[in-house]
Design a binder for this molecule. Structure first.
Ligand code: GLU
Length: 447
């Protein structure tokens, strides 16, 4: 671990004391604090106004009961969360995650990251995150609907287009956003399109929102490669996961001439040196909601149940599954396999040890708050379209996304240079995101 100087060390100790047992939150905070040394040295006003301490404490944390009735008529019980982390730049903005691993520490790590990510996009959005320990796996459509309706029956009183604007994350896609929006509309009697993003295209959604996180990650890597006089053309790319982020990252890689040789789900991974057949993979994962082994059986790709997708040698690795999926050992394997760029499509998929291994081997590492910001940036574009009762074409929206990702790339490099960490996307993303939020917090006073 990089040592923290006195003031930052005190902030970290306070975070540990106030948030016992929330390991992922500790990890996310530490990772940002490790970048802030040069900032507090240069600008003592942040320490004087306790900006960093305040930033580590969510503005509001909501925990609520979510009862619902399953198809067999039994009462089921889950816990719902919404952590409204920071609203200095705009309404709280960030997704909802439905996964059995969700607890307060996960929601807080995601909310904390979201604050910096959203700032980096340059759009007027604060940061928040929510979700539930509900496990959608194996649940019928009707059960998903009843769960979403119960979840929204509590959440609706806390959100609004100017207050807090949830979207999707793991386990929450277009279907869930539909049921959530329907219940919000019914309870409030308002067609308030801007209260949720990730909506369907016929009822207020934006073109490119579905593709945006994956596409944006690949646009960012395209800039990383271009800065080194290279491109995706002919590159071997491994993408972990096979959810929304992974599928559209893979799609954009293919459009840019790269070859996606492997991807995965929680049951194993598939490898195909000829490249993954994305149309078939989408059909298996999205339309049929099947496991990735079904894709292997139908495509002839090799399915590997044990081991890790990071065993597959590649030039570019895009972890797009979940937090801490790529550890120090995996990073060493990637380095040995000749990997030159790792960019996080998911939130915090690389452990701190993995990041150290990659950086000391000279592999370019791009943290999620920069690489995957295209999803939430396009959510902000959806909010813009809703506010003006307009809808843009796919081409226009994709061009805006590309422009935003390009801007984030530039900003990361400029900031890293300015603070004496040339070439570090971690320092650049953390410092640029932090200063943007911190300056707004200073201007708004002690609130
Ligand atoms: N869950 C996504 C993220 O991690 C998107 C959030 C949003 O669109 O509000 O950034």
């Amino acid at each position: 671990m990089t040592a923290l100087d006195d003031a930052l060390g005190d902030v970290y100790t306070e975070v540990l004391r106030r948030n016992p047992g929330e390991l992922e939150f500790h990890q996310a905070v530490r990772e940002v604090l490790e970048s802030l040394g040069p900032v507090v040295a240069k600008r003592p006003q942040y320490t004087d106004a306790a900006v960093i301490r305040r930033l580590c404490e969510p503005e509001r944390q909501l925990i609520f009961r979510v009862p619902w009735v399953d198809d067999a008529g039994r009462v089921q019980l889950n816990r719902g969360f919404r952590v409204e982390f920071n609203s200095a730049l705009g309404p709280y903005k960030g997704g909802l995650r439905f996964h059995p691993s969700v607890y307060l520490g996960i929601v807080k790590f995601l909310g904390f990251e979201q604050v910096f990510k959203n700032a980096l996009t340059g759009m007027p959005i604060g940061g928040g995150k929510g979700g539930s320990d509900f496990d959608p796996k194996g649940r019928s459509d009707a059960e998903i609907m009843r769960f979403c309706q119960s979840f929204m029956t509590e959440l609706y009183r806390h959100i609004g287009e100017h207050t807090d604007v949830p979207a999707g994350d793991i386990g929450v896609g277009g279907r869930e956003i539909g049921y959530l929006f329907g219940q919000y509309k019914r309870i409030t009697n308002r067609y308030e399109s801007g209260v949720l993003t990730g909506k369907g295209l016929t009822w207020g959604g934006s073109q490119v929102r579905t593709e945006a996180t994956g596409y944006g990650t690949v646009f960012f890597v395209q800039d990383v490669l271009a800065a080194r006089g290279a491109s995706f053309d002919g590159r071997r790319v491994v993408v972990s996961g096979s959810g929304n982020v992974a599928l559209y990252a893979a799609e954009k890689v293919q459009q840019l001439g790269g070859v996606v040789v492997a991807c995965s789900d929680s049951s194993g991974y598939v490898v195909d040196d000829k490249g993954i057949d994305l149309e078939l993979l989408k059909d298996v994962k999205q339309a049929r909601r099947e496991r990735i082994a079904v894709y292997a059986a139908e495509s002839g790709a090799r399915f590997v149940e044990d081991g890790s997708v990071w065993d597959v040698p590649c030039d570019v690795a895009l972890p797009c599954a979940t937090q801490n999926e790529l550890d120090g050992g995996h990073a060493e394997t990637l380095v040995r396999g000749g990997c030159v760029v790792v960019a996080e499509g998911a939130n915090m998929p690389c452990t701190p040890q993995a990041v150290r291994v990659l950086e000391s081997a000279g592999v370019v590492f791009v943290p999620g708050k920069a690489a995957n910001a295209g999803g939430v940036a396009t959510s902000a574009l959806e909010m813009q379209q809703n506010a003006s009762r307009d809808s843009w074409s796919f081409e226009h929206t994709e061009a805006r996304l590309a422009e935003i990702m390009h801007g984030i790339h530039e900003r990361c490099l400029e900031t890293a240079d300015e603070y004496g960490r040339p070439g570090s996307y971690v320092a650049g993303a953390n410092i640029a995101g932090f200063t943007q939020v911190a300056d707004a917090m200073l201007a708004l006073g002690v609130i």
